[in-house]
Design a protein around this ligand. Sequence first.
Ligand code: NDP
Length: 256
Amino acid sequence: MRNSFSLDGKVALITGGNGGIGRAIALGYKEMGATVIASGRNSQKNATMAQELGDGHAVISLDVRDEEAVNQAVTAIVEKYGSLDILVNNAGIARRINILDMDTDDWHAVIDTHLNGSFYCAKAAAKAMVNAGKGGKIINIGSMYSLLGPPNVVNYAAAKTGLLGLTRGLAVELAVHNIQVNALLPGWHKTDLNRALLDGPLGEEIRHKTPARRLGTTDDLAGAAIFLASAAADFVTGSSVVVDGGYSIMDRRWED
Ligand code: NDP
């Protein structure tokens, strides 16, 4: 029987795939048989990830805010590997500042990376997928902050909420090409993005407020990312999968 979760023969680009959540997804895809192209900006992290992925896979230097570079990277992937079947828009940053002190630059940096970068990558990937005529999968990494109203990150919440609109719009437009577009919404998973926060008292508080009573690991996200990239999700599109140990659905009234 065919394993509908297999990614054999698929070519996957994971932006921000040189560390954190992107690394876990990249390694999960590799395990399921995909050819993985991870991307990032930091050359040292890229080199370490290239070693970890090994032969037959690649790590490329790519800033997702640069539309021309994104287009060139997708063209190069299709030339070298024959197609691009799976895109994971994962690259991300955070700038935590109250709105009263937030500079315009803090707003643009976060919107440019998450929202504009995902648009550039999705557009280039969708064109490549449509040209190849084999369908495809686009997975946008949102956040539980796509759903909640968090303090001190209006830039991030706006970008992550915008990604849900991007997901739904792309899902509708691309369905006719057999391209499924979904969002994966992580909760609290300790990475470079939030290590300083979670290593402090907030980490313990969040653990306590999570019904699962633990923080997420990056590996917790790999299974859902594999599902959304696989044939098992061929009729799933425009959806959001929340992976947060129940943090975002907890009724705070019952907290002890
Ligand atoms: P990390 O900081 O560990 O990883 C972020 C990745 O994005 C790195 O690989 C980084 O590579 C890359 N990146 C940042 N800016 C750019 C850019 N302009 N162009 C290309 N790559 C870029 O954080 P996480 O793994 O935690 O974050 C991954 C995604 O998950 C993000 O979208 C984040 O918002 C989301 N998320 C994370 C949560 C968590 O709890 N950790 C919760 C909810 C969502 P480099 O440094 O080389 O540029």
